[in-house]
Design a protein around this ligand. Structure first.
Ligand SMILES: *[C@@H]1O[C@H](CO)[C@@H](O)[C@H](O)[C@H]1NC(C)=O
Ligand SMILES: *[C@@H]1O[C@H](CO)[C@@H](O)[C@H](O)[C@H]1NC(C)=O
Ligand SMILES: *[C@@H]1O[C@H](CO)[C@@H](O)[C@H](O)[C@H]1NC(C)=O
Ligand SMILES: *[C@@H]1O[C@H](CO)[C@@H](O)[C@H](O)[C@H]1NC(C)=O
Ligand SMILES: *[C@@H]1O[C@H](CO)[C@@H](O)[C@H](O)[C@H]1NC(C)=O
Ligand SMILES: *[C@@H]1O[C@H](CO)[C@@H](O)[C@H](O)[C@H]1NC(C)=O
Ligand SMILES: *[C@@H]1O[C@H](CO)[C@@H](O)[C@H](O)[C@H]1NC(C)=O
Ligand SMILES: *[C@@H]1O[C@H](CO)[C@@H](O)[C@H](O)[C@H]1NC(C)=O
Length: 408
């Protein structure tokens, strides 16, 4: 009898390990996401700098005087491990489940990139990504990442792939129509697919899983705010979106795919290899949100408000209270369609310096726990925290509990 009981206790322990949710992929059935057969929401934050940052000029403290890898023309440097660890504990305290991060997917064209030059792989660049995935997993968080960018920022994007094949055009304002070669030129499409393969087949030194295998990265997005020659034109070919999302699923069969077109392009709605459609909100706008959700509802798929500006300049049309309440109200429906939303964007301390926060200059920097935050910032951050917990089905007060800073 004793042996019998012991056997079942052991079997129970083994089973308990097998069903650790962190080891399971997030799945989609129709218009809902699931984790371990339970409906799962995906609300959280944009933390774009996890793979490579642009806001710190090292050495950044007297305790760390050694020059770290730095590319001065773009102010590019790797974030410290402590910064990555701190942001994970901050996100837990804020009630987030999901991180969207450009530099966990886009890393081309400068000496610190994963692919500094066409076909050249820089293994050192994976260190910060590997650590991010491993720390996110410990915290029970999930990541999704765009694979390229519509713009020419420090981390690279579609303009880098074009330059690699001799197409050197301006990247601001109305862009030369040749920019569409990124989506239409077979050589450039194959270059981009090769980059995707390098990323997805990389084996993480901390988890010993490839990014394709690791369920912590639950989705890849074809790109960030993709479009054509005119800003906001949604001009991304169906064939390209289909080929890239099919390729992601070929390399990583359990990964979900996000159409990275900026806004809902109705001609994309029947692409069977797309799981999630998304839009960004500057400003928050319930009309645009409900229209987009209705389009995606017609094809029984999932929708993300993948970015919204959280400050008052982004609340000229819809106030955040209304925006959040609308998204929350969908969650009790049989087909919620919208599975989550992500504020732009989170920064934490300049770890190992736990007394100063990293600043970014786009006017949307959210520094959780910064004692210098004015009262109106703190109020707004408390509302975001309550919203994130509500998306998990929990009610919390407007308190802002401290998140630990790991120091050195
Ligand atoms: C998906 O949902 C449908 C309808 O709710 C259900 O009949 C079906 O069994 C589900 N499929 C899976 C794979 O869970
Ligand atoms: C890099 O940072 C320095 C110091 O903060 C700033 O003066 C400079 O303009 C930045 N350069 C770029 C390319 O952003
Ligand atoms: C694709 O781009 C390459 C490099 O610029 C060029 O040689 C080739 O002709 C282009 N192919 C097509 C089909 O336009
Ligand atoms: C890592 O995974 C590979 C492939 O599954 C396996 O061959 C290798 O032994 C693993 N290494 C460690 C250190 O577990
Ligand atoms: C949507 O995508 C199609 C197919 O690539 C493209 O022709 C169209 O310009 C895009 N824009 C809109 C607004 O539908
Ligand atoms: C989507 O629908 C259009 C028009 O009905 C059709 O031409 C196209 O082949 C479809 N695409 C896919 C991926 O099913
Ligand atoms: C959703 O349902 C839960 C539990 O049934 C309830 O507490 C909550 O108020 C509902 N939310 C909305 C927005 O209706
Ligand atoms: C806080 O108030 C200041 C001064 O009125 C304003 O400029 C700023 O945008 C407000 N910020 C937030 C997050 O409410």
């Amino acid at each position: 009898m004793l042996a019998f009981t012991t056997f079942f206790l052991l079997a129970g322990a083994v089973l308990a390990r097998v069903v650790d949710d962190r080891d399971l992929p997030v799945t989609r059935n129709g218009s809902r996401l699931y984790l371990n057969n339970k409906p799962w929401t995906a609300a959280g934050a944009n933390v774009y700098w996890l793979g490579l940052d642009e806001n710190i000029v090292p050495p950044w403290t007297t305790s760390n005087p050694k020059p770290d890898p730095f590319y001065a023309p773009l102010n590019a440097s790797y974030p410290t491990k402590g910064r990555i660890t701190e942001v994970m504990s901050t996100l837990k305290v804020m009630g987030a489940r999901t991180i969207r991060s450009q530099t966990m997917g886009v890393s081309v064209g400068n000496p610190l990139s994963i692919m500094p030059e066409l076909g050249v792989v820089n293994e050192k660049a994976f260190e910060s990504l590997d650590w991010t995935v491993s720390e996110a997993k410990k915290a029970g968080l999930r990541i999704f990442a765009p694979l390229t960018d519509n713009y020419d920022y420090y981390h690279g994007g579609k303009f880098v792939f074009l330059r690699w094949r001799g197409i050197d055009i301006g990247s601001t304002g109305s862009v030369d129509p040749q920019v569409q070669e990124f989506y239409n030129n077979r050589t450039i499409i194959d270059d981009f697919k090769n980059y995707i393969k390098v990323l997805l087949t990389h084996r993480n030194q901390y988890t010993n899983l490839t990014y394709a295998e690791d369920p912590t990265i639950f989705a890849y997005e074809t790109g960030n705010e993709l479009g054509g020659p005119t800003f906001g034109d949604k001009n991304v070919p169906v064939a390209w979106t289909q080929e890239i999302t099919e390729y992601i699923k070929k390399l990583a069969p359990t990964k979900l795919t996000v159409d990275g077109t900026y806004g809902i392009n109705d001609t994309h709605l029947n692409i069977s290899s797309v799981d999630i459609y998304s839009d960004h909100f500057y400003p928050m706008d319930i009309d645009k949100l409900s229209k987009g959700v209705a389009s995606v509802a017609a094809v029984n798929k999932v929708y993300f408000a993948a970015e919204y500006g959280w400050t008052p300049q982004s609340q000229t049309k819809t106030k955040s209270d209304q925006f959040f309440a609308w998204i929350e109200s969908q969650q009790n429906k049989t087909k919620p369609i919208i599975a989550g939303d992500h504020f732009w964007s989170l920064f934490t301390h300049n770890v190992p310096d736990c007394s100063n926060f990293v600043d970014h200059n786009d006017g949307f920097t959210l520094q959780y726990g910064n004692p210098k935050n004015p009262a109106n910032y703190t109020d707004q951050i408390a509302k975001i925290r309550q919203h994130l917990f509500k998306m998990q089905g929990q009610l919390v007060s407007s308190e802002l509990p401290a998140a630990p800073c790991p120091g050195s």
